[in-house]
Ligand binder design. Structure first.
Ligand code: 1GP
Length: 266
């Protein structure tokens, strides 16, 4: 069976969808129901984290609840002859704001460097604080270059990012090349959660041309049309967070995600 890292960083020729679930925004039970709806709709990864109000307890409780729920969903899908499901469980991956929001139950962690931060804390400080926990728990690290673009939102402000403008294609490409030279396995272009405009297609395609790493794009993507633009520009992964928060009715959520994925892939 392939590791979570192999499944996530293997480029498969079409864009996959991932959900970002913020443990501070709902109970672990509701988070698990939302993750189940997302996987039924065709999502291929559940990221957990991303808020300023996360701590070890709410992150761990949420990861455990999601893992338990997905075991059932993935097993059922693997038994369904009509489904594309395999016996590999949808990975549940930490997307931490820092070393204080980790869980031993996760399959993997995006072990990231906020490459355009002006604060050493986000370049190496939090990583040094978190690494002993990650090693001891045996959580698989996925080394990731994280680049925050305009408008940047809270992630840009908290991470003290020197934001990349929508036309700074050469700069974004150079960051991607540096990330590849440093051995990162993923490259995340972030516009900030709830951004009024997502990362520009120009930046995504410049990064696509600059490197062979899988590209993750997130921030401000709320519909199939925006997801499609990111996909056409070269995104391997499109992440939605707020969209997941907007629907507490999991049936409705499943339809919304399923429609987004369909439109994204054209
Ligand atoms: C934030 O990129 C993610 O880190 C998701 O953003 O909440 O705007 O979908 P949204």
């Amino acid at each position: 069976m392939r590791s979570a890292r192999e499944r996530i960083t293997h480029r498969i020729g079409y864009t996959r969808h991932g959900c970002l679930i913020d443990p501070a925004d709902q109970t672990p039970e509701l988070a698990a129901k939302k993750a189940m709806a997302a996987v039924h709709a065709g999502s291929s990864m559940i990221l957990v984290g991303g808020s300023t109000d996360t701590d070890m307890k709410n992150v761990h409780d949420t990861v455990v609840a999601i893992k338990e729920a997905l075991e059932l969903v993935d097993w059922a899908m693997s038994q369904d002859a009509d489904s594309e499901g395999t016996d590999e469980q949808t990975p549940v991956v930490l997307f931490p704001q820092g070393a204080a929001s980790l869980s031993t139950a996760a399959d993997a962690i995006t072990f990231m460097m906020l490459m355009n931060s002006t604060d050493p804390k986000f370049l190496i400080g939090e990583q040094v604080r978190g690494a002993p926990f990650v090693k001891k728990a045996g959580i698989e690290p996925i080394p990731m270059g994280y680049l925050i673009c305009e408008p940047g939102g809270q992630a840009g402000a908290v991470g003290r990012a020197d934001l990349i403008g929508p036309e700074e294609t050469e700069k974004a490409a150079a960051y991607a090349m540096a990330a590849e030279c440093m051995g990162f396995a993923l490259f995340y272009l972030e516009a900030g959660s709830g951004a009024e405009r997502p990362v520009s297609p120009e930046l995504i395609s410049a990064v696509r041309e600059a490197c062979d790493m899988p590209i993750v794009v997130g921030g401000g993507i709320r519909d199939g049309s925006a997801a499609r633009k990111a996909s056409e520009a070269g995104a391997d992964w499109v992440i939605t967070g707020n969209l997941i928060e907007d629907y507490d009715d999991t049936k409705e959520l499943q339809t919304v995600i399923s429609d987004l994925i369909k439109e994204m892939r054209g």
